[in-house]
Design a protein around this ligand. Structure first.
Ligand code: CTP
Ligand code: MG
Length: 180
């Protein structure tokens, strides 16, 4: 029997650093594009002006800080977890950093795809915009910590809803230029 509540909790355990890494870059108001303004043969930018070094570094910092907080909380949470005969998925500074990097690399892959199919920076790409960073998070979590099939399913189900709400809030607060 799958312990669904634990799988849900562990999904967010991995997603929190990723959400921070994906959510903080707009605050950087970055000016230095990661692709240095370069274009591919199709005449389109590699990533576009929406992927900047400032955003990348702020995302890595925010996500790693969440990872550090989880690392510190882990021993205490394991006391509770052991009462349910489960163990928290291991978190460390390194794991937190890698999950954050995974989220940001996934986000860049999403922009790369958008540019290749001719979508402008900031154009609305339903599902791709919400899930690009989840793909990256899952791949990196697979290599650097533990992730189950149930967690992958849960991550894909909860993230579009949470992403949508967060973007609308970011837009209202004038942190984001568009509500998606
Ligand atoms: N951002 C950044 N650096 C990153 C990721 C994001 O500076 N590595 C900032 C940019 O200001 C970006 C904003 O966060 O505009 C929102 O990110 P996102 O929605 O992913 O970018 P878009 O502008 O929508 O660009 P794209 O069409 O490439 O997704
Ligand atoms: Mg966008």
């Amino acid at each position: 029997m799958v312990n669904l509540w634990f799988e849900i909790a562990m999904s967010f355990w991995i997603l929190f650093p990723a959400y921070a890494a994906n959510g903080f870059p707009p605050f950087a108001r970055g000016k230095r594009p990661i692709d240095f303004g370069m274009r591919l043969k199709d005449g389109k930018r590699i990533f576009g002006d929406g992927k900047t070094f400032e955003g990348l570094f702020l995302g890595l910092l925010a996500g790693t800080l969440v990872g550090i907080a989880e690392t510190l909380a882990m021993p205490y949470l394991n006391v509770y977890a052991s009462q349910w005969n489960v163990q928290m998925i291991p978190m460390s500074i390194f794991t937190g950093f890698m999950i954050s990097l995974g989220a940001l690399v996934g986000d860049m892959c999403g922009s790369f795809i958008k540019r290749r199919i001719g979508m402008e920076r900031g154009a609305d790409a339903p599902l791709l915009d919400q899930l690009n960073f989840v793909f990256g998070t899952i791949v990196f979590a697979y290599f650097f910590t533990t992730i189950t099939v149930w967690m992958i399913i849960i991550m894909f189900l909860v993230t579009p809803v949470i992403h949508r709400v967060a973007c609308i809030i970011g837009y209202r607060l004038k942190i984001k230029q568009v509500p998606w």
